[in-house]
Design a protein around this ligand. Structure first.
Ligand code: GLN
Length: 496
């Protein structure tokens, strides 16, 4: 079997036992990128030489008898919103074109320390605002299942890279759904860890109270291995949780649901949900019961207000965070010809450097935070956020995890929602509540919708630091469904 079809865990073992070299593995993935990325456009930047050099360094350490972690020598695609001192970092924006960060993000540093080989940086919606990668200033990425469709967003380059076998692993960030939604629509696994469980240091900020780095992989165990590799307390992030990383790898290996109490969120069904998505979801509910879980229906009435609350809180935080792009410190500078004031240069640079969705969010957020409106908009949204956390708390008194479809629909065609922000925002209807509450949640494949033959995701939600529960249930579903399908869902994708 080709090296690009193997799981990250398998590759790590092959490299550690010196059956194959990390260099061969990196080369196989670079070849695959050269073969298919012209169609998929998952990457904004590939650095073959550096990747091969990193891989050779791992091979040398292994040859010397050093014992490295389980992912040493395994290639990874890194979302271009994490700073990398040796590669450009654009956040999908023209305003950062040509910028070289002076330092590595904590997630980047930990990937390197774990011996992962960074192949390059992946495409995303500008500053991670979007659900399709169509907001990238560098053009959209394409869904490997159907190149005319979106691979989700904002981490759509990362989901596409893994689904197209260009990398076994990738990183993402999830502020409102940007890991789980792309994972769902490309038929792979994506996990949003507990907020504060993975460091935001060196992650270009969108909405600081929500931004959460997390893993993409083609199976649950690989995702757990990656989460473990880059998670844990970081003194450089003031909201980092000073507690042990939940036992995610152990849970992924446990893979059973016997005796677990599972709640189906009643509100996440009905109008606006594609019949094929609901059909696969309902079958998965039956599957979980047959595996020994106790499934009950749970009502979380305030979840209906999550989307409007998010679209006040996230833009408010973004309007403040993006103020730092002032034409003086980073990347682009427009109109600085000696005749203009700093303010004029700033205005020209921001007008030219930010795309329409980013401008929309900055305007919305500035308005929501302005005096006289603050209480009615931002203040009110924060109260709703508290109510949503309470609904979760009440639910978790009754059940161990909550489940829902990850997204209301499968991957939509590129262009279909590009001019309709409301339709685009609805892609995150089911994912946003977990962000507002800071909870853990994962998406795992649960089948193909009948209407279009495209992947459907199952979302498994758990309380703060309950990440291991997401992996345990996710792995149980994966095991049962792979048995039924005779392999992972992704092996049913058409060849590229
Ligand atoms: N699609 C949502 C938004 O546009 C979520 C993005 C994200 O999680 N980064 O804000």
């Amino acid at each position: 079997m080709s090296l690009t079809r193997k799981t990250a865990a398998e590759l790590g073992e092959l490299i550690a036992s010196r059956e194959v070299s990390a260099e061969q593995v990196a080369q196989a993935h670079l070849d695959r990128i050269a073969e298919v990325d012209g169609k998929v456009t998952a990457f904004l930047h590939v650095d073959a030489e550096r990747a091969l050099a990193q891989a050779r360094a791992v091979d040398e350490r292994i040859a010397k008898g050093e014992r490295l972690g389980p992912l040493a020598g395994v290639p990874i695609a890194h979302k271009d919103v994490f700073t990398t001192a040796d590669m450009p970092t654009t956040a999908g924006s023209k305003i950062l074109e040509g910028w070289r960060p002076p330092y590595d993000a904590t997630v980047t540093r930990r990937l390197r320390e774990a011996g992962l080989v960074i192949l390059g940086k992946t495409n995303l919606d500008e500053f991670a605002m979007g659900s399709s990668t169509e907001n990238s200033a560098y053009g959209p990425s394409h869904n490997p299942w159907d190149l005319t469709r979106i691979p989700g967003g904002s981490s759509g380059g990362s989901s596409a890279a893994v689904a197209a076998y260009e990398a076994p692993l990738s990183t993402g960030t999830d502020t409102g759904g940007s890991i789980r939604q792309p994972a769902a629509v490309t038929g792979i696994v994506g996990m949003k860890p507990t907020y504060g469980g993975s460091s935001r240091y060196g992650l270009i900020a969108f909405a600081s109270s929500l931004d959460t780095p997390g893993p993409f992989a083609r199976n649950v165990l690989d995702a757990a291995l990656l989460q473990e590799a880059f998670s844990g307390h970081d003194q450089l992030d003031s909201t980092s949780i000073d507690a042990p990383v939940p036992p995610v790898v152990e849970a992924a290996r446990q893979a059973d649901v016997a005796g677990l109490r599972i709640g189906v969120v009643k509100e996440f069904a009905g109008d606006g949900y594609q019949p094929g998505v609901l059909a696969r979801f309902n079958e998965t509910v039956e599957l979980l019961e047959s595996l020994g879980a106790k499934v009950v229906e749970v009502s979380c009435p305030t979840f209906a207000y999550a989307l409007p609350a998010y679209y006040l809180i996230a833009p408010s935080e973004c309007s403040s965070n993006l103020a730092r792009f002032d034409a003086m410190r980073y990347g682009l500078r427009v109109g600085d010809d000696g005749t203009r004031s700093a303010e004029e240069v700033m205005a020209l640079t921001r007008a030219a450097g930010f795309g329409p969705e980013v401008k929309r969010r900055i305007m919305l957020g500035t308005y929501a935070l302005s005096s006289g409106y603050y209480d009615a908009y931002y203040g009110q949204a924060q109260k709703v956020r508290t109510l949503i956390s309470r609904d979760f708390e009440a639910a978790y008194h009754q059940v161990d995890v909550l489940i829902s479809p990850t997204t209301p629909t499968t991957a939509f065609p590129i262009g279909e929602r590009a001019d309709d922000p409301m339709a685009m925002y609805l892609a995150d209807l089911c994912t946003i509540p977990s962000n507002l509450a800071g909870n853990a949640a994962i998406s795992v494949p649960c089948g193909l919708a009948d209407e279009d033959g495209l992947p459907v995701g199952l979302q498994i939600m758990a309380p703060v630091l309950g990440d291991d529960r997401c992996y345990r249930v996710g792995a149980a579903v994966e095991k049962a469904l792979n048995d039924r399908w005779g392999g992972p869902l992704l092996s049913q994708a058409p060849a590229l």
